[in-house]
Structures are given as C-alpha cells and as structure tokens.
Design a protein. Structure first.
Length: 202
C-alpha cells in the first residue's frame, strides 16, 4: 500500500513540474520569433527575414559575356531562382486566379510595362525569356525603392514586396511602417530564405 502511495505522489510531482516549466517557457517567448497573426507590424520585426548581410552584395559587372542575369542587373545572387520557386514551385505553365501567367507570374499590365521600359517582348511561359524579364523588373523596382526613406539593410525586402504587391502599395506601407498584406509577409520570408539557403550551398 505504501508503495502505491509513493508512486502516485511521485507521478503528481513530475506532472506538476512539467506543467510549471511549460507555463514558464510560454511566458518567456522571444519577441523576435515570428508572429504571423499580427500583420500590422514592421516586416523585419515580424519575420526573421535575412538582411543584406546574409546575401552576397550585388556587384556591377562591365563588359563580360559569361555573366549571370543577377550580375548583369545588379541583383543578389540566388534571388531569381528563389522568386521562381515561390511564385510557381518551379513550374511555367501556370495561371493564377489574378491572371498572372508563366514562370515568374507576370500579369498583362506588368508585361506591357516591361516592354515600355525596356522594349523587351517575352513569352511568360518561356523560362529563359521570363527570367530575363524578372531580372529587368527587379532591377527597376530596386531603383524605385532606393528613392524611399528606408533602412539600407531592408532594401531587398521592400523590392520583393513591390514585386509581389506593387510599388504603389510599398510606397504607402513605408510611410505607415507596416506591410498590409499577410500574403506579402510570407512571400518575402520564403524568397529571402530560399536565396540564403541557395548561397550556403555554393
């Protein structure tokens, strides 16, 4: 009988200790951990998005014939393939509900804008052509983002936000100090982390 009592007492003690530790840990959650439920937060506070220090610095390349698109257009290494994977999971024969088409998900308005800016016609379902268009457009957005009052290390965060949600939204969000679309939070997080992982493999 005394053994049973001792075992029951020991079980109650262990259970109580585990519950107490769980409560203590839940009260000490790191404020820097992702909090996807709160969209109304400055993006780099919301998600552990890599800063510019985590990606290779873009370097301008002059008169080289064997350069990559990222080198030609002064983009961080790995960002184009990361955008492709997040946009379409690496596919090209894709049309979204918003009628964005192809490998890098261009709608007709953006496709016309790229032609107006660069006189470049492309097939959005052709990987090489649409990849070049994406490089051109990201470089264009990067120049526009440079005109905004942002922290230097957040530049590519806002460039990706503009690619996903449009520059007019980004201009408004920078003034408000927050990103208004939950989808855009996750988009930035996924692209930046894929690019970071790709560079670790090199």
């Amino acid at each position: 009988m005394s053994r049973v009592v001792l075992l029951i007492s020991f079980f109650i003690y262990i259970t109580g200790t585990a519950i107490a530790l769980k409560i203590k840990n839940s009260n000490n959650i790191d404020a820097n951990q992702p909090n996807h439920s709160n969209v109304q937060v400055i993006p780099y506070k919301l998600l552990p998005i890599p800063s510019a220090e985590d990606l290779p610095s873009p370097k301008k390349v002059v008169k080289k014939t064997n350069t990559t698109l990222e080198e030609q257009y002064n983009l961080p290494k790995g960002i184009l393939e990361a955008v492709h994977k997040v946009e379409t999971s690496g596919r090209c024969r894709v049309v979204s509900k918003a009628n964005a088409r192809g490998c890098f998900q261009f709608n007709r308005i953006t496709q016309r804008e790229i032609y107006r800016l660069f006189q470049y016609k492309f097939n959005p379902y052709n990987y090489e052509q649409s990849k070049k268009a994406a490089a051109m457009y990201l470089a264009y957005l990067a120049k526009r983002v440079d005109s905004l009052p942002i922290r230097k290390q957040d530049k590519w965060l806002w460039v990706l936000a503009a690619y996903n949600a449009g520059f007019s939204n980004v201009r408004k969000w920078v003034k408000e100090g927050k990103i208004g679309f939950k989808e855009t939070h996750f988009y930035i997080y996924r692209v930046m982390n894929l690019a970071k992982k790709a560079n670790k493999k090199v």
